[in-house]
Design a protein around this ligand. Structure first.
Ligand code: PEP
Ligand code: MG
Length: 326
């Protein structure tokens, strides 16, 4: 099997009916970027910048942040990298930051963009590190846990202001900056019409979105079987997001763990997702699945199931995938 995936490394992820899919990988440390060549991923669709903060005993200064981002961009070469700004807080506390460790419900607490906007000094330093690391290249920056459009607007304005300051001081700037929002808090889905025009892309974080949709702690093993990524509730919400993004002309990608499982990934592609970002180990298996399916047929079936309450979608999709040899 491993050999089969190695052979696929340089083969494009194209379905039998000719649909090209981008398979990116998730990363968080400098070493992870090496997996790009090993897996043949199309880029890094989620770089979790908080990892550097989590493994450090003291606050990483701008120079260290910038060195990491530069190394990752160098390793990626022409392949795109999407940097997510710090998703610290909640359960990912760092002793030197004094964030939300007293929160009673850390996952819903003082974390991610909430913390970053509240302690904007941190965010400004990170913005400068990202902008300088990407000088002369494209910078893709994405904000986690956006709950309301104003949060995205404020974060974007903060990065733009840092770019302006750097430019005035004579620093080289990125050739282009693209701004993305993670869709992982259910409330933002109700205001996508307001959010989407402010963004260049959105990326669905299915780990948190599922947790909040089902009110089920993603880290609690007792709840692991309590909900299914292929349940109509999740798939219908995803369909809404994907349709809204398509209508606004913005690319919608998925960067949660859901996309790393072949049947779940197939469901996402059937709903119209064109780019997945997944754990490196999933790239080979997902590419193999992509190359074996007739996506048009699966897509038509998927919409039928979603419109007909009562279908066991996992069973129906599994049977269809098996029949196609996926
Ligand atoms: C997610 O929530 O799905 C996600 C990709 O981000 P993280 O797992 O880092 O919270
Ligand atoms: Mg998340």
């Amino acid at each position: 099997r491993a050999e089969r995936y190695a052979l696929l490394r340089d083969a494009p992820a194209v379905t039998r009916d000719g649909k090209r899919v981008q398979i990116m990988m998730n990363a968080g440390l400098a070493d992870d970027a090496a997996a790009l060549d090993a897996t043949g991923a199309d880029g890094i669709g989620l770089f979790r910048t908080e990892f550097q903060f989590l493994v450090s005993a003291t606050l990483p200064r701008r120079e260290r942040q910038q060195a990491l981002y530069t190394a990752v961009l160098d390793a990626a070469g022409p392949r795109p990298v999407i940097f997510r700004t710090i998703d610290i807080g909640g359960d990912k506390t760092v002793p030197y930051l004094n964030g939300g460790e007293d929160d009673e419900n850390p996952a819903m607490g003082w974390r991610a963009l909430r913390l970053a906007l509240g302690r904007s000094g941190l965010m400004k330093v990170q913005a400068r590190a990202l902008l300088q690391a990407a000088a002369g290249r494209t910078l893709n920056v994405m904000f986690p846990m956006v709950s309301e459009p104003w949060e995205f607007a404020e974060a974007r304005a903060l990065v733009e202001a840092q770019a302006e300051l750097l430019g005035r001081a004579g620093h080289a700037l990125p050739a282009q900056v693209r701004y993305g929002a993670m869709i992982e808090v259910p409330a933002i889905i109700e205001t996508l019409d307001e959010l989407l025009p402010m963004t260049d892309f959105v990326s669905v974080g299915t780990n948190d979105l599922t947790q909040f949709l089902f009110a089920a702690d993603r880290a609690n093993p007792r709840l692991a079987d309590r909900y299914d990524w292929l349940s109509p509730a999740i798939l219908r919400v995803l369909r809404r997001i994907i349709r809204a993004a398509a209508a606004a002309g913005k690319p919608a990608t998925v960067c949660g763990e859901m996309g790393g499982r072949p049947l779940e990934a197939l469901a996402l592609l059937a709903l119209g997702v064109e780019q997945l970002s997944i754990t490196p180990a999933g790239v080979g298996p997902i590419k193999a699945m992509v190359r074996s399916i007739d996506l048009g047929a699966v897509s038509a079936a998927m919409h039928g199931w979603l419109d007909a309450p009562g279908t066991d979608i996992r069973a129906a999709l599994g049977a269809m995938a098996a029949a196609q040899g996926a």
